[in-house]
Design a binder for this molecule. Structure first.
Ligand code: SDX
Length: 435
């Protein structure tokens, strides 16, 4: 039921001293009910207080549902396991955008539309020249995606549904091209243009790893793995970077600027940067016999060390994406005939942690970032590119959540309040009277 327009099924009563107030309670199709406190300040003169939004629903959404206790992730009602196993990334993009799985004609039309937006304006290649070759590719992506506004800003009327869909297709189509350009620039190789007769993942791998001097034939096993990794990362409800995109979009900022804000937020090691941090951590641990030392450190409240790729704000059970990532990791290493000692470290670390009382009590499990780094490194990506790949895949989630926010008749400018504990009013002191 649409929360704001459906009948309130019940109310929640707040009592403070001799006063009490009632607030409507809404229930969704699945998941926790919500208490609508939008009128709390007007009626009580008080704010809610919820740093980190651990108990706050910021919006109503029909896109993605996570049951953190059960380790369930649904895109438009379909379990991530089914989509990753039987579908592909562009089908998932269609599902997220339109709310239904495409039939054959719809899929073909959608793929054709995406394919014909994969090139970026030739001037974009000049943006890269301004960066150092060793710039972190996430810094390059924030700059270049934000710069897309300069090419489309005056033709992207966010109040026009047709323009919104074109902006969405453009973002899905151009992120692989920009990500590959960021990688090529970092290794000093020429940019490779997209090829329209390749599927999405193969096209991306070719733009990254082909060189003009010889033919490049994408490995179908690696392309399938890449495509599945994109599907796993496509959307994830109101995570930090999606909330950033929604907040930026609530001001009316253009979608390219909003996606650039999402990329910046994703970069942090507590969020999308965890895949890069997890591989570095596994490398620092180095061997199975050093695991107990790091497990001990991760439990020490006085030690800032955390097991990167472990724990999650919502999942208090195994992240379903991590299971699929682990399987994909084995497939890729097998296809490449590789044994990565860090995989042994990762699997032993997981085994020990999952039997350790601290991790059991705090419900800390591997998340999507725990195995992705090993997989991506085996595929040939440098560590610094891992979060760029996460951003590439999450772009569809960001843009779909942005569209839903813009199309929500109840959406308002996002503007949280605070608990103020600073200085009360005081008079300005001239320099002569300061100590
Ligand atoms: C992503 O939100 C999303 O959906 C994100 C994401 C997506 O798809 O968009 O799923 C992608 O960002 C996955 C998460 C990647 N981050 C990491 O792997 C970094 C390591 N994990 C931690 O930093 C932590 O688990 C967070 C930040 C992810 C979540 O932490 P919370 O919810 O803020 O919980 P918390 O930090 O308060 O942890 C609860 C307790 C704490 O102990 P106490 O203060 O209660 O004593 O668990 C401990 C923490 O110290 N803890 C860990 C730990 N993570 C939490 N202890 C050791 N190692 C860890 N990894």
């Amino acid at each position: 039921m649409d929360a704001q327009s459906g009948a309130n099924i019940k109310t929640a009563k707040l009592t403070l001293g001799d006063q009490s107030w009632s607030f409507p309670v809404y229930e969704g199709t699945i998941g926790p009910e919500v208490i609508d406190v939008s009128k709390l300040y007007a009626e009580t003169g008080r704010f809610t207080y919820d740093p980190g939004f651990t108990s706050t629903g910021a919006c109503e959404s029909k896109i993605t549902y996570i049951d953190g206790d059960e380790g369930v992730l649904l895109y438009r009602g379909y379990p991530i396991e089914d989509l990753a196993e039987h579908g592909d990334f562009l089908e998932t993009c269609y599902l997220l955008l339109y709310g239904e799985l495409p039939n054959a004609a719809q899929k073909a039309d959608f793929v054709d539309r995406v394919i014909h937006h994969t090139m970026v304006h030739e001037q974009m290649s000049r943006f890269f020249q301004g960066f150092r070759r060793d710039a972190h590719p996430m810094a390059v992506m924030v700059g270049c995606v934000g710069a897309l506004s300069a090419f489309y800003h005056d033709s992207t009327d966010i109040t026009d549904p047709t323009q919104r869909m074109i902006a969405s297709i453009r973002m899905i189509a151009k992120m692989p091209t920009l990500a590959a350009m960021a990688y090529k620039y970092s290794v000093g190789q020429p940019f490779i243009y997209p090829k329209n007769d390749l599927d999405y993942a193969s096209n991306f791998l070719r733009m990254c790893f082909a060189v003009p001097c010889e033919e490049y034939k994408p490995n179908p096993v690696l392309a399938r793995a890449m495509d599945r990794i994109f599907t796993l990362h496509a959307d994830h409800e109101q995570n930090a970077s999606t909330s950033t995109v929604r907040l930026a979009g609530s001001t009316g900022a253009n979608p390219f600027a909003c996606i650039a804000a999402g990329i910046a937020c994703l970069w942090g090691p507590a969020h999308g940067g965890a895949n890069e941090a997890a591989l570095k951590m596994l490398g620092e641990i180095g061997s199975v016999d050093r695991i107990p030392e790091y497990i001990k450190r991760s439990k020490d409240p006085n030690d800032s060390f955390r097991l990167m790729g472990f724990g999650h704000r919502v999942y208090k059970n195994y992240d379903p994406r991590a299971k699929i990532m682990q399987k994909t990791c084995h497939e890729v290493l097998h296809e490449l005939g590789r044994n990565d000692p860090l995989l042994d470290v990762a699997m032993e670390l997981e085994r020990i942690a999952l039997h350790d009382d601290y991790f059991i009590e705090k419900k800390l499990y591997p998340n999507v970032d725990f195995y992705s780094g090993i997989t991506l490194r085996a595929m040939g990506f440098p560590t610094a590119m891992f979060t760029v790949l996460f951003a590439l895949a999450r772009t569809v989630g960001w843009i779909v959540q942005w569209k839903e926010m813009i199309e929500d008749p109840h959406q308002k400018l996002g503007r949280p309040r605070q608990l103020y504990s600073g200085a009360t009013r005081r008079d300005y002191q001239p320099m002569s009277r300061r100590r």
